[in-house]
Design a protein around this ligand. Structure first.
Ligand code: NAD
Ligand code: UDP
Length: 311
């Protein structure tokens, strides 16, 4: 039985990861300060003997008794809505917080996985994005608190690996969606689904021609575990390469939810990436991983979950 620390474990992706790690027979210590996560996401796990929740802010050092074998570092707000609400907290979490978790990895001789992001590519000038692309990030824009602190986190991870010899993994996660995204999270999936279910206008930012590639959360969790257990230590893109415009995504939400809502168009936020699609050849080659859940199936499951929360 291995012990895994999952920071951000009460969040959207983190709670699904905790669940699968427990199903696979691991002990899980979920560490979260609940800034964007919720105990409701892990309420079904709290009674399991192999699961422990620790309310803790990772910008403070963490003491853990006993052996730790794996650290999955997912703590960080990830919605653009939070970039203007709590920018300094985001920067401290991804810098000092990541350092504290790397120190724990050194102390425990644990393997460490950082959840980086497609945002390290910024407004990408290469399409689709490969791991070798160095990015095009505005260092002073509204998204910079997130983009630059995730870039710093990557640099920190590789500095620790070189200096201390710990084993590290880096996942560059692309847009992921599914049940347990906060209803008021502000990202496109919860916004469109809630608007569709409540008969409101779906708020498209800009003309809706910008693209994203949406990955269902179970595929993402499988990718994160495969990466941790692989012997590949450089950054790996994880995401679904099925690219679509935001307008097409809104239309898919309307169709699958059978909503009679319409679309509205408002201002595009600063530095909103125009195109985003992962090149996942490396993940296929090194991890034998590719997403399995198509958009219709994933959206249907997500909409069903939002309906239950909203009833
Ligand atoms: P989320 O907001 O649902 O989860 C993040 C969790 O981290 C929350 O539970 C929050 O309370 C916790 N947290 C934040 N700051 C903390 C701190 N200082 N100490 C302890 N806990 C803290 O978001 P998510 O979508 O599940 O994202 C999880 C990770 O994946 C994040 O690191 C994010 O940057 C990364 N990521 C997500 C996506 C995506 O599309 N969902 C894309 C790229 C990268
Ligand atoms: N978006 C939108 N309406 C919304 C929320 C988001 O049109 O209500 C757009 C946003 O401008 C971006 C895309 O949807 O182009 C994805 O946004 P999200 O906030 O989910 O994440 P991002 O990929 O920008 O980090």
């Amino acid at each position: 039985m291995k012990t895994a620390v999952v920071t951000g474990g009460a969040g959207f992706i983190g709670s699904h990861l905790c669940e699968v790690l427990i199903e696979k027979g691991n002990r899980v210590i979920c560490v979260d300060n609940l800034v964007t996560g919720s105990k409701l996401n892990i309420s079904h796990l709290l009674k399991r003997k192999s699961f422990r929740f620790v309310k803790h802010d990772i910008t403070k050092p963490l003491k853990v008794k006993g052996q730790v074998d794996r650290i999955f570092n997912l703590a960080s707000p990830a919605s653009p809505k939070d970039f203007s609400r709590i920018p300094v907290e985001i920067m401290m979490t991804n810098s000092l917080g990541t350092k504290n978790m790397l120190d724990l990895a050194v102390e425990k001789k644990a393997m460490f996985l950082e959840t980086s992001t497609s945002e390290v590519y910024g407004q990408p000038l290469e399409h689709p994005q490969k791991e070798t692309y160095l990015g095009n990030v505005n260092t002073i824009g509204e998204r910079s608190c997130y983009d630059e602190s995730k870039r710093f986190a990557e640099a920190l991870v590789y500095s620790y690996a070189r200096k201390t010899g710990i084993e590290t993994r880096t996942a560059r996660i692309f847009n992921t969606y599914g049940p347990r995204m906060g209803l008021d999270d502000g990202r496109v999936t919860p916004n469109f689904i809630m608007q569709a279910l409540e008969g409101k206008l779906l708020t498209i930012y800009g003309n809706g021609k910008q693209t994203r590639s949406f990955c269902f959360v179970t595929d993402m969790v499988a990718g994160l575990i495969a990466l941790m257990e692989s012997d590949y230590s450089k950054p790996v893109n994880l995401g679904n390469p099925h690219e679509m415009t935001v307008k097409e995504f809104a239309e898919a939400v309307l169709k699958i939810s059978k909503s009679k809502s319409s679309l509205s168009f408002t201002k595009l936020p600063e530095d909103d990436p125009a195109r985003r699609k992962p090149d996942i050849s490396l993940a296929k080659k090194k991890l034998g991983w590719a997403p399995k859940v198509g958009l219709e199936e994933g959206l249907a499951k997500t909409i069903e979950w939002f309906k239950q929360q909203n009833s």
